[in-house]
Design a protein. Structure first.
Lengths: 348, 348
DNA sequence: GTGAAAGCGCTAACAG
DNA sequence: CTGTTAGCGCTTTCAC
């Protein structure tokens, strides 16, 4: 089957042999430790090329304890928010010469511990979502690996994470959205939340706080998944009831887009009858019709920032669990742009 | 800096020492080679727990040459098509106990070779896009690693890839779409292609072939990137000219969604004035307004199938470069339904 | 400057 | 069944 003699990748020893030097010399030349006799170095490099030698990264890691790669664990790669985080991190990883290893949990946190356990021993550091269970979040520390967490800040004083983190103020994000909607004169806001998220309470509290000042009301509805399907599925129930909502804020843009589609199919005019908004500012949110108002949760910066922070931790050993804050940005689009005092309420 | 005594992870030797046996015994117990004296095994397992020992995967790989993980290289993780491929592969990877390592090239193929070189030596096999340059595609073979390629079939007889592949008939996909559109009576079809893709020619040829039979015309336009932005940007130029197109097929759903948005903003009625369709059937294509007709390119099956095929290659050593074909599926939605609204065709 | 040799942590013959 | 031992490929003191 396989021609062993020609297929077996050349090793350091092969190179050393071919060049008539010791393996140590070759290794040092490769790692540029000293200045070598030009003649010698040339001979070695020649052998390297001739044998098509490349370093075996596993053996190297084994000897040095370093890997040149960092691990990024996301909850669901299909969520564009996470996809953008990956992208942001990937760019910075390339800049700093790391190999980014992405692992997708597929929203199933039950195997997180084992996954992390294994991953942690193949990388120089980890980037994790704050939404992971505590035990998973702390695992890298136990293994002595630096980690950086990313995600939303809880407004309520929460136990500070043990690792450095890049956070974005979830409360502020909800405030931006709520303020915008109540200023537009809407009085009956529905929040479509995702019950499994720890940030739900924060959001709803922010909206309620604002509603009080605006003489408006807020109700909460839950979807079982943060998907477009789930958003669409809940559409009918939001308008065929007596509550007569005139504005809806969704857990994220995916839910909002699904809901938007569902409402339009039911003949609801957005934003005139009902305003809709989401969170994350995923790329497609601009391209649905009407385009979706949202809060930019800085996905790419979250990923890029995490990588940068981790890089510093690895380089300088600075593992202080400081929090770096990113500001959410309101992105107003057509789905919440209606005439003030326009007739509110669902048709039919 | 680091407290070595408490931080250093326990090794096999530590466990063996604590249990009063040899490292070989512990290793074999861990890998379930034989049946051991229950008493002995219990003692060893106790020590493992007591010391919180876990295997070092790097050392293990070093000794065995196995990694328990497979590498998946995608061109652009932000493209939902690829995201779904990752997802499909990730599910199967979990099923078979592999660790999926995802690497995003960010559409920059120039560093592909180096990336692959490194990745190939850390995994048991690779899954690669057919769109990678030849030299990158063949690299795993040179390193003696099994690989599986995924992507579209070229209609023109092309050099068969050296590795097994899961392909989907691009020509057929275009035929499905073209037939549907010409049967609806459209005569002036614009194909918005992505020039950097090797599949462009195939698509346009398929459409032209059909057009002949239908007494219709086809023109080709190119966008520089396969993004929604690019699709939107080209909108005006497609209608403010004398060609009076009445149907547009885009390189993929992202371009189509951007274009759709752009056209709607310009007051074009879709599908009545112009029909629009894309390729891929990305999740959001169902949720734009009007929902988008597309061809399902079986992203998830592409990823899942590749993983399965690779698994077989690893297990049974069957590296025969066979081609496994997937059938594209036409998904008709509102954007090409001139007569009546609603959705025909089976999404997923 | 350069080479010899001792590991890194684990597995896999081979003995016993 | 269980222990001894020789590596896997590379890095890194430590002498020469």
């Amino acid at each position: 089957m396989r021609d062993a003699s020609s297929k077996r990748p050349a090793t350091l020893k092969d190179v050393a042999l071919a060049a008539g030097v010791s393996t140590a010399t070759v290794s040092m030349i490769l790692n540029r430790r000293y200045q070598f006799k030009p003649e010698l170095e040339a001979r070695v490099r020649e052998a390297i090329v001739a044998l098509n030698y490349r370093q075996n990264p596993v053996a190297r890691s084994m000897a040095t304890g370093l890997f040149g790669s960092i691990g990024l664990v996301v909850l669901d790669i299909r969520n564009p928010h996470f996809t953008n985080i990956v992208h942001g991190a990937s760019i910075k990883a390339q800049e700093h010469g790391y190999n980014l290893i992405v692992v997708d949990l597929k929203e199933d946190v039950s195997h997180a511990r084992q996954t992390l356990d294994d991953l942690a021993r193949r990388v120089d550091g980890l980037i994790l979502s704050l939404r992971l269970p505590q035990e998973a979040r702390d695992l890298p520390l136990q293994l002595g690996k630096p980690a950086v967490l990313f995600g939303q800040t809880l407004h309520e004083p929460a136990p500070a994470p043990l690792s450095p983190s890049i956070q974005i103020r979830g409360w502020e994000a909800a405030m931006l959205l709520g303020r915008h909607i109540f200023e537009a004169g809407r009085k009956r806001l529905t929040y479509v939340g995702y019950s499994r998220s720890i940030w739900n309470a924060d959001r709803i509290n922010a909206l309620r706080t604002l509603a009080e000042g605006a003489g408006a009301e807020v109700r909460e509805v839950s979807v079982a998944a943060q998907t477009m399907e789930a958003g669409e599925a809940v559409a009918a129930s939001l308008i065929y009831d007596a509550w007569r909502t005139d504005a809806i804020v969704c857990y994220n843009d995916m839910v909002a887009i699904g809901l938007l589609h569902g409402l339009c199919a039911l003949g609801v005019r957005v934003p005139d009858d009902i305003m809709i908004a989401g969170f994350d500012n995923i790329p497609v949110s601009r391209y649905v019709t009407p385009s979706l108002t949202t809060v930019d949760m800085r996905s790419e910066d979250l990923g890029g920032g995490s990588l940068e922070r981790l890089h510093r931790a690895i380089q300088s050993g600075d593992h202080s669990p400081g929090v770096e804050l990113l500001e959410p940005r309101l992105v107003v689009r057509a789905s919440t742009l209606a005439q003030r005092g326009g007739e509110a309420g669902a048709p039919r």
